[in-house]
Structure formats: C-alpha cells, structure tokens
Write a protein that binds this ligand. Sequence first.
Ligand code: ADP
Ligand code: ADP
Length: 228
Amino acid sequence: MIVMEDVYKKYSNGVVASNGINVEIPTGEFVYVVGPSGAGKSTFIKMMYCEERPTKGNVIIDGVNLSKLKKREIPLLRRKIGVVFQDFKLLPKLNVFENVAFALEVIEESPSQIRKKVNEVLQLVGLTAKARMFPHELSGGEQQRVSIARSIVNMPKVVIADEPTGNLDPETSWEIMNIFERINKRGTTIVMATHNKEIVNTIRHRVIAIEGGLITKDEYGGDYGYEA
Ligand code: ADP
Ligand code: ADP
C-alpha cells in the first residue's frame, strides 16, 4: 500500500511540483500516471522511492513513513521498490547476468542463490539466451527487459516505472507492457508514468492524471484523456 497525505514539493528554485497530493494505492494495483510535460509526474513518483523528499506531508509505503526515513535507511527501502527508467540505466561494463545480479550481490546473497534468482527473472523477461551479452549488444527493448529483470530480482512489492516505453518503438512497447502485466498478475503493485495514449486506452487500469502538481483525475479503467 502506498499512501500520500497532503504532499507538497517545492524545489530550491521555487518551482512547486506537488501542490497538495492525497492518494492511496492498494497492494497489487496497476496505476498509470499521466499528464502534460512539467505537470509533476516524475516528482510524484520520485517521492515514492525517495529520490526526492516532500517539502511537507507524508509518503508512506508499506507502513514506512518515508518522510521520517534516515539517509542510511534509504538503500534498504530501495530494495523493497523496483525502479525502471526510460533510459534503462544499465551498467555498460557488466553483462546482462551481472547487471541483474548486482542488486543481489550488494546484499551478500550466496552465489547459488544469486544464480537461481537471476536465471528465474531472466526467464520471465525472455532473456535467458542473452545472459552473457553486454548492454551495447542489445536492442532498446532487450535493454529495457534487463532493467525490468533487475527491478524485480529482489521480489519488491512495488515497481515504479518512469516512461518505460518512452524510447521504444510501438511493437517493442507492447512487449514491455506484456512483461509488466505478468509482473502485476503475480501480485506486484505497478506505478507507471507514461505518455503512451495507445497503451493506456487499450490495457485498461487505474489512471491518475496530474496537472500543475495536483491530481486532476483518478479513475479506474480511465482513458488517457489528452490529445498527445
Ligand atoms: P533523472 O535522470 O533522475 O530523471 P532529472 O533530469 O530529473 O534526473 O534531473 C537531473 C538533474 O537536473 C538533477 O540534479 C535535478 O535536480 C536537476 N533538474 C531537473 N529538472 C530541473 C529543473 N527544471 N530545474 C533545475 N534543475 C533541474
Ligand atoms: P513531469 O514528470 O510531469 O514532466 P516533473 O515532476 O519532472 O514533471 O517536473 C515538475 C516541475 O518541477 C517542472 O516545472 C520541472 O521543471 C520542475 N522540476 C523538476 N525537477 C526539478 C529539480 N530538481 N529542480 C527544480 N525544478 C525541478
């Protein structure tokens, strides 16, 4: 469960990116976050994984109030939340297997456990055959699959994705969506910021629209609701 209570975020340059946000996202839900550029979508989701802190208000994930989290506790939180970015953010010098294993190695899992878990998630995203390849040898869609595998290898309850299909062609975007659907069906909460109208209007889920730092719409099975 993700809860935001009266969340307000003002950046140091004076921009107010969240202007009083209240929302509840129950476990297992799939939520699209939509809205024009500069509306405050990234800020909204960055506060869920502690990349940004609210100026006022509370962000509570699984009963943990992130506003009260100490800096040294953030890495622990990050293990409970998978994050997927538009630009993948893979480590270029590590191969596919190592990129995914990295998240486990930092928590000192045993080599046999790491092998088991990494192979399991690579299978889920259909990349078993490419485990020894490097990011630059992969297509954009494959790189995004690696990043999704990395985001779920710690079995997080929540996966947060910031425009995960933003750099991908339409066909590849649908494949990536199928993977998110599968992950969601296993019980993982998905929060996804997106500009992909086609996807939002086809694979129906809860739609939260943000404009000017405020939630302007929140509908189950809603549509994208913008022209571009
Ligand atoms: P990310 O890759 O995490 O999405 P951003 O593009 O949001 O990173 O931010 C990159 C850097 O630029 C950060 O240091 C952020 O604080 C800064 N930044 C982002 N947007 C603005 C803005 N509108 N005005 C000033 N600084 C910004
Ligand atoms: P979106 O994801 O909807 O495009 P953002 O949350 O990135 O919106 O940005 C909301 C507003 O906050 C914008 O006006 C943006 O320029 C500003 N902003 C975002 N990050 C920063 C930052 N690190 N420093 C200053 N302003 C920022």
